[in-house]
Design a binder for this molecule. Structure first.
Ligand SMILES: Nc1nc2c(ncn2[C@@H]2O[C@H](COP(=O)(O)OP(=O)(O)OP(=O)(O)O)[C@@H](O)[C@H]2O)c(=O)[nH]1
Ligand SMILES: [Mg+2]
Length: 407
């Protein structure tokens, strides 16, 4: 059985802040975008990419043959899953706006991209207001609070029945709780860690109060559903100071300035063969013999001046790389059959790229590729050093390796 699944990242935030624009830019799929609250109702599901230097360059090869994702000018784009959902507003847990029930689509998410309107041009309800009139710090606090209340609701549902069953059957509380929230794809170790941290391990479940659920949900969110802040609409001048304030206010979370609209425009222009642009780059080139319309010229100039020169990129790619590497602490590894040619058994060069935990052993990675490969695992060989890697060794970013297995 193949067990590998790419990370699933939820795109969340207040309504009308640019979540779908971010999603569309990252996945290059067309979705509905408009300047009014609650444009998105049904979730949008798509593939985005982590961008890394392709190992084929290190080995002096001309190209590679990705089975999934793609490689462009030595940049390997490795697939992740993105899910764009409806927007939250304060009181969503009480059913305001579209409520928070739709967040259930994100139960299996590994992490969240919290898209905010850093320019302050939408109010609490997502209605357009003059830029700079709404404070994005409030927005972050309110949305995170809604996420916590959503999680608390899942944990506390049917609690009475749950506590009776735990207390009368003398079931292990941690195991029972872990089972109860298994739909959230949270590790058992995270549940234990959180209960210990907030000193709830030994409290009788029937004695849990509303604040216990809330604190548990909050800590569980921090540990098991971490997030990054995509400070969107960073092209608007009212965002400049807000971005600095956000970084100070939330030092434990990466805050990345983003202009999703700019990224979407650049990718579209590249697709139309007007410009050369690689996602995440700090520059683009207008193609030779291309005649831009005055409108296109103004738009590209705007992006160059207001976004690329100021921030070094549009931020969309940076958010995805940062959530995978800095927030989730993952690395990308490349299993091959032939460590000299870097091919699979059909001669494809570096066909697979897997996003795995930075602390994973080669044996664990073998298990992601196939259950049988892990069962018969003997050792791995690092294609760079030609050294053996045993069960106790750890993978590293952009490792190219062969797994030797008896099965
Ligand atoms: N200036 C500027 N506007 C942006 C940017 N990104 C998105 N917008 C605009 O913000 C508005 C809302 O964009 P959407 O992507 O529909 O927002 P959403 O968060 O998905 O909204 P809902 O689905 O309604 O919750 C649109 O008018 C976009 O053009 C940006 O980087 N800069
Ligand atoms: Mg939307």
């Amino acid at each position: 059985m193949v067990n590998y699944l790419p990370p699933l990242i939820g795109v969340i935030g207040k309504t009308n802040v640019g979540k779908s624009t971010f999603f569309s830019a990252a996945t290059m799929t067309t979705v509905e975008i408009s300047n009014r609250p609650f444009t998105t109702i049904k979730p949008n599901h798509g593939i985005g990419y982590v961008k890394i230097t392709c190992p084929h360059l290190d080995f002096g090869l001309e190209a590679c043959n990705p089975r999934t994702g793609y490689c462009q000018n030595g940049n390997r784009f490795v697939p992740i899953e993105l899910l764009d959902v409806a927007g939250l507003i304060p009181g969503a847990h009480m059913g305001r706006g579209l409520g928070n029930k739709f967040m259930d689509d994100l139960r299996k998410a590994d992490a969240f991209i919290l898209v905010i309107d850093a320019s302050g041009s939408t109010n609490e309800e997502g209605n357009p207001v003059p830029p700079g009139t709404y404070d994005p710090i409030e927005e972050v606090k309110q949305i995170i609070n809604e996420v916590d209340l959503w999680l608390a609701k899942i944990v506390s549902s049917d609690w009475q029945k749950f506590s009776v069953s735990v207390e009368t059957s003398r079931k292990n509380f941690v195991d029972a709780l872990y089972d109860k929230i298994s739909g959230l794809s949270i590790k058992r170790s995270h549940v234990i860690e959180v209960l210990e941290r907030i000193d709830l391990t030994n409290k009788r479940p029937s004695n849990w109060k509303e604040e216990d659920f809330y604190i548990f949900a909050k800590e569980l969110r921090k540990t098991a559903k971490p997030h990054i802040i995509a400070a969107n609409k960073a092209d608007l001048p009212t965002a400049y100071e807000n971005i600095e304030r956000l970084k100070k206010e939330f030092p434990e979370v990466p805050v990345v300035p983003v202009s999703s609209e700019s990224e979407l425009a650049l990718r579209k222009a590249a697709k139309m063969n007007l410009i050369d642009y690689i996602p995440g780059d700090s520059i683009f080139f207008i193609k030779e013999n291309v005649k831009l319309t005055p409108q296109q010229e103004v738009a590209l100039k705007y992006i160059e001046e207001k976004v690329l020169k100021r921030y070094g990129s549009t931020g969309v790619q940076k958010v995805i790389n940062s959530i995978i590497y800095d927030v989730l602490k993952k690395v990308v590894v490349f299993p091959v059959e032939d460590i000299n040619k870097l091919t699979d058994k059909n001669g494809n060069i570096l066909p697979d790229a897997l996003i795995v935990d930075h602390e994973a052993s080669p044996k664990v990675v073998a298990g992601l590729i196939h259950t049988e490969l892990e069962k018969g695992f003997q050792y791995a060989i690092d294609a760079r050093t030609k050294q053996k890697m045993g069960e106790g060794s750890r993978v590293y970013d952009r490792l190219v390796f062969k797994i030797v297995s008896t099965i």
